[in-house]
Ligand binder design. Structure first.
Ligand code: NAD
Ligand code: UFG
Length: 337
């Protein structure tokens, strides 16, 4: 079974590629390396002891997409490739729409031409906008509050229209909550460019001494300690969710959305405490203003993924924190040696 992984060199993609190879799937990776490094792919081969075909190419390049499908007998696609920074999407929305939406259109058109109609798409909890209530079920209202979230919502709708027009497609929309952590080998992890926007990579950089302290954005939210609550999920649990989704998508037809989270919400202060306990590193912090666009609480109802995909996140907050730190400690400069 040969699976095309778009964005396979990225944070979630690299962990998923490793799980796929370990489970005996053959993979082909396409990534333009705009937010990732070749070194991640080398390490996937090193850890799995398997080789795979890699195309350094952009989904906007239709000719290469055509070549990838022509030369490889692709049976299903896991589509991670996309730009993911909320803040950047507000600054350069056209770039985000073009990359994420046009890239997906090109991919779907090529898939259709080659009669490959099985797809897993990386959606996001961002499609729930400001959630009316938590835990968030898949039936909750969808809305987007920034261009990044809107690209995900638009793509979900495009995929629903595609299925509506041709019921031979089989599509899983996976709505990720907040992936953190790293592979237990300490060889794969998240390697942000510049100053991290997300909480865990920032905490890692404080722990390693690259930053003095963490700014906690807001301490007056409607949560148990006033700081924002999120559903943090270990990236390896998340990666395994893709294998479960593949097992569903391959033999069936249809389109469905699944929340991938743990179902538990932790605040920023809970995460700091969890990190300090797991790693014995002190994380100095100060309270700062709320970050525009942040919601107070977001965590998933994960019953649907549990019942239909037979998937459940297994790793603890301690695992997530310790594995994040091990990755940071072993790779202080990420994938740059
Ligand atoms: P990432 O940036 O580490 O990985 C995305 C990969 O896609 C990168 O390797 C990048 O180089 C590649 N890419 C981007 N545009 C491309 C294009 N046009 N052609 C070819 N390659 C391209 O991000 P990630 O954290 O691994 O996220 C993977 C997917 O999951 C993204 O679609 C993201 O929006 C979604 N997602 C991520 C999170 C999160 O918090 N990390 C949460 C929800 C959803
Ligand atoms: N936070 C801080 N300080 C920081 C960074 C973050 O206090 O330096 C706080 C935020 O205010 C928030 C929490 O930590 O309360 C988590 O913030 P992240 O930036 O790590 O994550 P978000 O929930 O804002 O967003 C992430 C991804 C989105 C994705 C969403 C849901 O960035 O792309 O999870 O999956 F859509």
């Amino acid at each position: 079974m040969r699976i095309l992984v778009t964005g396979g060199a990225g944070y979630i993609g690299s962990h998923t590629c490793l799980e796929l190879l370990n489970a005996g799937y053959e993979i082909v990776v396409i990534d333009n390396l705009s937010n990732s490094k070749l070194e991640a792919l080398k390490r996937i081969s090193e850890l799995s002891k398997k080789d795979f075909q890699f195309y350094q190419a952009d989904l906007l390049d239709k000719m290469t997409l055509e070549k990838v499908f022509l030369k490889n007998n692709i049976e299903a696609v896991i589509h991670f490739a996309g730009l993911k920074s909320v803040g950047e999407s507000i600054e350069v929305p056209l770039h985000y729409y073009h990359n994420n939406v046009t890239g997906t259109l090109n991919l779907c058109q090529t898939m259709e031409r080659y009669n490959v109609k099985k797809m897993i798409f990386s959606s996001s909890a961002n499609v729930y906008g400001v959630p009316e209530r938590v835990p968030i079920t898949e039936a909750s209202p969808l809305s987007a509050i920034n261009p990044y979230g809107r690209t995900k919502l638009i793509i979900e709708e495009i995929l629903r229209d595609l299925y509506g027009s041709d019921n031979s497609w089989s599509i899983a929309l996976l709505r990720y909550f907040n992936p953190i952590g790293a592979h237990e080998s300490g060889r794969l992890g998240e390697d942000p460019n510049d100053i991290p926007n997300n909480l865990m990579p920032y905490i890692n950089q404080v722990a390693i001494g690259k930053r003095d302290k963490l700014n906690v954005f807001g301490n007056d939210y409607d949560t148990h300690d006033g700081t924002g609550v999120r559903d943090y999920i270990h990236v390896v649990d998340l990666a395994k969710g893709h294998l479960k989704a593949l097992e569903m998508v391959i033999p069936t037809k249809g389109i469905d959305a699944f929340n991938l989270g743990t179902g538990t919400g932790y605040s920023v202060l809970d995460l700091i405490k969890g990190y300090e306990n797991a790693t014995s590193k002190k994380i100095p912090y100060t309270f700062a203003h709320r970050r525009p666009g942040d919601v107070d609480k977001s965590y998933a109802d994960v019953d649907k993924a549990n019942k239909i995909l037979g998937w459940k996140a297994l790793k603890s907050l301690e695992d997530m924190c310790y594995d994040s730190w091990r990755w940071q400690k072993n790779n202080p400069n990420g994938y740059d040696e």
